[in-house]
Design a protein around this ligand. Structure first.
Ligand SMILES: [Zn+2]
Ligand SMILES: [Zn+2]
Length: 258
């Protein structure tokens, strides 16, 4: 199988939830982080998900596929779908179990997308109360509201319950240890800040070492989406063009930036 074919086969298998197909594509040399949107132009084929296989699996809540892709080395920091990380894809679609799994594998809970929003802000915007609750338990900071969505927090109808959870968490002035096996609450000053990303916090050195070894090592330092990169509004526009041109296919996982 040629590499391009293998890449397309990988995405096609992921879109159909076919784990065996994903395995075969990877064996045939597919790039696990292949993103068809990167080289797509209007008028081209739109039959594949406009994201990496991991983003797609996260956004559609396919736990087994997410597990397989992580085991095979899919990147937790690769940006797709207008500069979202896989954790954003899971959070904005309310896939709480996937959120949990990604953090267990070292994902930085407050990773920023191209619009500077954290997964917590995305989950709140899309009214996924359970995901909001879990992200706060996992150590997401309730006060990071400087992103595009975050700045509008509390101004939209329908997500009052999520906003309330965020405001309550903010009032306690407590943050959680970012080792998902721990999650102990503590005052901001008493928790140890990761010197690399300055985003994750831990109650002890042991918790930091544990989270580092399960995967934070690979994520740390890739948590902020650089403004020197591609124009994120242009990327979002491209994603919208892709979705608009798509005749059929899953539509429940796209990020609604309109
Ligand atoms: Zn870090
Ligand atoms: Zn801890």
């Amino acid at each position: 199988m040629a590499e391009t074919d293998a890449n397309e086969f990988l995405l096609g298998a992921a879109a159909n939830g076919c784990i065996e197909g994903v395995k075969r594509a990877l064996e045939a040399g597919a790039d696990i982080d292949f993103d068809p949107l990167e080289n797509w132009s209007p008028g081209n084929d739109t039959s594949l998900p406009p994201s990496t296989a991991l983003h797609f699996a996260c956004g559609t809540g396919q736990l087994d596929l997410v597990r397989l892709l992580l085991r095979k080395g899919a990147s937790l920091v690769k940006r797709s779908m207008a500069a979202c990380a896989p954790l954003h894809a899971a959070a904005v679609n309310g896939k709480t179990e996937v959120v949990d799994l990604l953090v267990q594998h070292g994902a930085t809970v407050d990773i920023r997308d191209g619009f500077h929003d954290t997964p917590l802000m995305g989950a709140c915007h899309f009214k996924h109360v359970d995901t909001v609750r879990r992200l706060i338990e996992l150590g997401a900071r309730p006060d990071l509201t400087d992103g595009y969505i975050g700045q509008r927090l509390g101004t939209e109808a329908g997500n009052q319950e999520s906003v309330k959870l965020i405001q309550e968490a903010r009032r306690t002035k407590l943050l959680r240890c970012c080792n998902p096996k721990c999650g102990k609450p503590g005052k901001r000053k008493t928790l140890k800040l990761c010197a690399g990303c300055k985003l994750t916090r831990y109650c002890s050195r042991d918790c930091q070492i544990q989270h580092w070894s399960v995967g934070h090592k690979k994520c740390c330092g890739h948590d902020v989406c650089s403004i020197e990169g591609p124009d994120h509004f242009q990327l979002a526009k491209k994603l919208h063009m892709y979705v608009a041109e798509q005749q059929q296919g899953p539509s429940d996982f796209y990020i609604n930036l309109a």
